[in-house]
Design a protein around this ligand. Structure first.
Ligand SMILES: [Zn+2]
Length: 435
């Protein structure tokens, strides 16, 4: 897009005066960001780095890695018998222009073919311009919109200023494999704790954050690299919200085994209105265990609350249910440790749905006039729930956990079928009484 605002125009003019990427930088990239490859072709190992080819002494030599007998390079063996292929890697040059911190992203391609020296192609594809306040604007090449890859660069397009929301694009998050060792950084960054290392976080992300966010500054200054990485990388982090608790962890030198679980746990503490300023609570010895305990407790409380809210409704449903199905109450048959009995209470529908995780309660099967529901249990634990159609006098469905069949499915079906006559006889009785 064309630069419109003063800042955009300023960045575009500064970009034009940036020194070009030097041949030394390209050579450095060729040596530092790529693997060396070997390939086995017609019984010979070919080094795709120096072009040398030789017969391996044993089959073993042609496994995963091998050493070139000429250039002594450690070669990764290419899986298939391919004699031409390319590798693409990113690197970055970090520099300063006027008052801006600049991160220049270079995309390098290495083309390899047996019996040839590799050839390289380098292209600067993005420039991230970071102001002293940590705001970032990016200039980038265009990409091929019809490609499935988000980084299919159009190498002959110019670097153009991109809108502010470019930071939401996956291209912005491209993290270079290596950073050119001769860095230039703004003095503010040194003051905020930057010591030339990026800890596998994209430089544009670390540097802009260090300029605008005291949380990043504190985490870096106190050497909390894993916290920093989680804070800057995770899409679902709440470090800002949990900052007081984080500080307690840092103060107590508490190691968090899983940041996601820990944040979830802090959220639970808050739900229970517990003191998230207490080191005893915030830094549990067994995080997973404490987390699971709270999850369980929360579930039980929510269930109780739901039951309370539902009580009136359930009672009403129970009255109707008993009126309609009373004649079947007490039906129970068992065989080989399996007991099948009719559901007599609406709350039983709920328990059945809870333990087998199906919708017999939520879909209000107790309201279905033509259906009679049974629970098949072993040691009083529900295994499958059975629905019998009263008009057809047949089994409509019989399902276990998450609507799947249990391993006792066949036995349960047989036992139920054998006893359908008992249901029928109670229906006749009812009719007889009425008559
Ligand atoms: Zn070689």
């Amino acid at each position: 897009m064309k630069p419109h605002t003063t800042t955009e125009k300023h960045i575009v003019s500064l970009s034009a005066s940036l020194a070009p990427i030097t041949p030394e930088m390209h050579t450095w990239a060729e040596q530092s960001v790529f693997l060396k490859w070997g390939v086995l072709s017609r019984g010979k190992i070919h080094c795709l780095d120096c072009g040398h080819a030789w017969k391996p002494e044993s089959q073993k030599q042609s496994l995963k890695f091998t050493k070139c007998t000429q250039c002594k390079g450690k070669l990764k063996m290419h899986g298939c018998n391919q004699v031409y292929f390319k590798e693409i890697e990113y690197s970055a040059v970090v520099t300063v222009q006027a008052d801006f911190q600049v991160v220049r992203i270079i995309c390098s391609t290495k083309q390899m073919k047996k019996n040839c020296l590799p050839s390289y192609y380098h292209k600067e594809v993005m420039q991230h311009w970071i102001s002293q306040k940590g705001e970032v604007r990016t200039m980038s090449l265009s990409t091929n919109v019809f490609s499935q890859a988000y980084d299919a660069w159009q190498y002959y397009s110019p670097l153009e200023i991109r809108p502010k929301d470019f930071q939401n694009s996956p291209k912005y998050r491209i993290s270079p494999y290596r950073v050119y060792p001769r860095l230039k950084v703004l003095p503010d960054l040194k003051r905020n704790g930057f010591k030339r290392a990026f800890y596998n976080i994209a430089p544009q992300v670390v540097l802009s954050s260090l300029l605008k966010d005291p949380i990043s500054e504190t985490l870096l200054k106190t050497g909390q690299v894993s916290w920093l990485r989680y804070y800057l990388h995770s899409h679902d982090q709440h470090i800002r919200l949990n900052w007081q608790a984080v500080k307690i962890c840092l103060k107590n030198k508490y190691t968090v085994s899983d940041f996601g679980i820990w944040e979830d746990y802090i959220e639970l503490l808050r739900w229970f209105k517990k003191d998230t300023g207490s080191a005893l609570l915030v830094c549990p010895e067994n995080l997973n265990q404490e987390h699971d305990k709270l999850v369980q407790r929360k579930r039980e409380l929510q269930r109780k609350k739901y039951l309370k809210e539902m009580r009136a409704e359930i009672q009403q449903a129970q009255t109707l249910y008993a009126q309609e199905k009373k004649q079947f109450f007490g039906l129970c048959f068992s065989e080989a440790g399996i007991t099948i009995s009719v559901l007599e209470n609406v709350t039983e529908f709920m328990q059945e749905g809870d333990s087998l995780k199906h919708c017999v309660f939520t879909n209000e099967y107790f309201k279905k006039k033509d259906s009679l529901l049974f629970s098949a249990r072993i040691d009083n634990t529900p295994v499958e729930t059975i629905e019998v159609s009263l008009s057809k006098m047949e089994i409509a469905q019989c399902r276990g956990l998450k609507n799947n069949y249990s391993k006792h499915h066949k036995v349960i079906l047989n036992l139920m079928k054998k006893n359908l006559y008992q249901i029928r006889s109670r229906m006749k009785k009812q009719k007889a009484v009425k008559a």
